[in-house]
Design a protein around this ligand. Sequence first.
Ligand code: GLY
Ligand code: MN
Ligand code: MN
Length: 376
Amino acid sequence: MSGSSTLLPALVVTHRLTTLRQALAERGLDGMLVTKAVNVRWLSGFTGSNGQLAVTADGFVLVTDGRYRQQAADELSAAGCSASVEVTATAVGAVLTAVFATGTSVGFEAADMSVTAHHRLEADLAGRRLVATESLIETLRQIKDEAEMERLRRASAIADASFQAVQPLLHQRPTERRLAAEVDHQMRLRGAEDVSFSTIVGSGPNSALPHARPTDRVIEPGDLVVIDFGAKIDGYGSDMTRTVVAGSEPTADQQRLYEAVLEAQQAGVAAVAAGVSERLIDTTCRDVLARHDLGEAFVHGTGHGIGLEIHEQPILSGRSVGILRSGLVVTVEPGAYLPGFGGVRVEDSVIVTEQGCLPITKSPKGLVPEFDRAPG
Ligand code: GLY
Ligand code: MN
Ligand code: MN
């Protein structure tokens, strides 16, 4: 039962260094120390737990420790990365001093460096100016190439198949934890290397908690159940939410709430296209829910990019200022949450194109799960 039996296209990172060097030059930086693991991975292909990249106009060095000597060589070679590898646990400072020997200003990733590490870097690079950068590589990571999209498509397909597989369990009064465990298990059976994030299952009144942690509450027939989950393939994680009613026909109130959220979600997806403002997607969803008197019940942003992290740029919210571009992969996930009654969220991940968008999460939507609608 493998969802990813055909080989994944190789992820080639070669051109990313050029893009980063251009970004550094535009900021007047002579170099940059990259410490955030997913950014190291994006630039070099290296997936070890200890690695930093020192980048200058003509230098590119991965510093790691002895555990990763072989892995680093293999992964950099597979990704077409030209960095040289320095293996040391004790002389990291000396390596950085050598790489950044020329030039005066060195960027670092402000959101990823402890004060202690910063003090150490100041000592190692005495005489150089350390410049805090924010979201520099995260911005470069926004647009996905074809190999990245393929990973996200496969992860989404695994999540779709797993959602279908768990639906019979909704008739067996599982606890939220049991259902979440089954979702995770089904994704792994289908080839997921991991989950994208801790699976969310909120049932009955718990469905009104947008990021409910699964509990030992038994899911009863007639409960609203929000399931938000994703599979990870080669580092790239999918993201989808479906809301269903367990083992019973929905009530009129549940149906009304669901239809309002679904209308908002479909309007949001229909609005996605290259050239459209990110904020418009948020406004579109919010306006639909406001028309249904549910404006106050939509208590979070509308979407976000996905990729090596589950929440990436761009963020689609009322504070967004960017314009959607072709090649972004974003979620559209409005919800409405009524304390004591329950909540509904519907979320898809879509690839932004010039003409509109291509959803990569494809599970049928509807309060009655597909399993309960099947003939016979
Ligand atoms: N599960 C997190 C999200 O949908 O954003
Ligand atoms: Mn989600
Ligand atoms: Mn999401």
